[in-house]
Design a protein around this ligand. Structure first.
Ligand SMILES: *Cc1c(COP(=O)(O)O)cnc(C)c1O
Length: 334
């Protein structure tokens, strides 16, 4: 199968599985797992932060960060299109008693500063207390402009807000922009990074920030059920990914560009955008379901929504891209 539905579908390679079986372990709830400790320290160092914390998922890492920054009745400012707001089951409100204030994202994924300024509530008993600005990079595959990140985080800090980055695909942003992860993390009090996306690990996210912030997040991780025991077997996969799967993200980006260029040649396909490892394409409503079925019959998995997101990853190579383009061309030529 050529699976373009997401970069979460990658399977651990034989070499990654071997690294997992070699991992030294201990009880990580007690802080005893040397492989988890190593991963946390390494990610903290690569992102220029003081401390790191391993989580089973990015959803839990983001939520623990929000809960570490905000208390009951506090508010966080977040993009309308952001994963933390839109795709995490409303966890901030449901489990954190934190009020989200969603703000419309501009087309480039930023939230204009005047929208942020206008949403910060006055200190008054009528209002939730605005505590945090959360951004996402990459967002919909797009790398946030670094000038904007510097301005927005400085602005937020100037207004007394903390800053959180959902950097699920921070390494895609780093490879695509040429900025090191530490530069992309600068200005943020906390950053959450996923290892189960383009980096190709089966499980795992790491949250980084100050010692104090990570100490708070560790408490909430336990509360949320994310305290894992011999988690070194999982952390070993993430360490393997840091060693072997970062530079190669450039291949995924090249494959996405090749896919976008190929699809753009086909009558019946509108390529809306391509950035890093994602392509967004549109098809006429009457083609959506039949095309998805046609592709499935040929071993190609895609979504079939109003706008189809096609994601490249380490289990998709250049030949696969050409196979996909040929299959779409054949559908429209039938
Ligand atoms: C995948 C993802 C997450 C976290 O997802 P999990 O599936 O819980 O690991 C968070 N933010 C973004 C932008 C993501 O793509």
């Amino acid at each position: 199968m050529i699976d373009l539905r997401s970069d979460t579908v990658t399977r651990p390679s034989t070499a990654m599985l071997a690294a997992m079986t070699r991992a030294q372990t201990g009880d990580d709830v007690w802080g005893d797992d040397p492989t988890v400790v190593l991963l946390q320290e390494r990610v903290a160092e690569e992102t220029g932060k003081k401390a790191g914390l391993f989580f089973p998922s990015g959803t839990q890492s983001n939520l623990a960060a929000l809960m570490a920054h905000c208390g009951r009745g506090d508010e966080y400012l977040v993009g309308q299109a952001a994963h933390t707001y839109k795709f995490e089951g409303g966890g901030a409100a449901v489990l954190g008693s934190i009020q989200p204030q969603p703000l419309d994202n501009a087309a480039d994924g930023t939230i204009p500063l005047e929208r942020i300024a206008a949403a910060i509530k006055p200190v008054d008993d009528h209002f939730a207390r605005t505590r945090l600005l959360a951004l996402e990079n990459t967002i919909g595959g797009t790398v946030l402009p670094q000038d904007y990140v510097a301005e927005a985080t400085a602005f937020a800090h100037g207004r007394g807000l903390a800053t959180h980055l959902d950097g699920a695909r921070l390494f895609n942003a780093a490879v695509a922009s040429g900025h090191p992860p530490a530069a992309l993390a600068q200005g943020f009090d906390s950053v959450s990074i996923c290892f189960s996306k383009g980096l190709g690990a089966p499980v795992g996210s790491v949250l980084v920030g100050s010692e104090a912030l990570i100490g708070e997040a560790r408490r909430w991780r336990k509360t949320l059920g994310g305290g894992m025991r011999q988690a070194g077997v999982l952390a070993a996969a993430c360490l393997y990914a840091l060693d072997h799967h970062v530079a190669r993200l450039a291949d995924d980006h090249a494959h996405a560009a090749r896919l976008a260029a190929g699809l753009a040649q086909i009558d019946g396909v509108t390529v809306v955008s391509q950035a890093t490892n994602m392509v967004f394409a549109r098809f006429a409503p009457e083609d959506r379901a039949p095309l998805a079925a046609w592709l499935t019959d040929r071993g190609i998995l895609t979504g079939a929504g109003e706008q189809t997101r096609l994601v490249t990853h380490l289990d998709v190579d250049a030949d696969d891209i050409d196979t996909v383009v040929a299959a779409v061309r054949a559908y429209f030529a039938r």
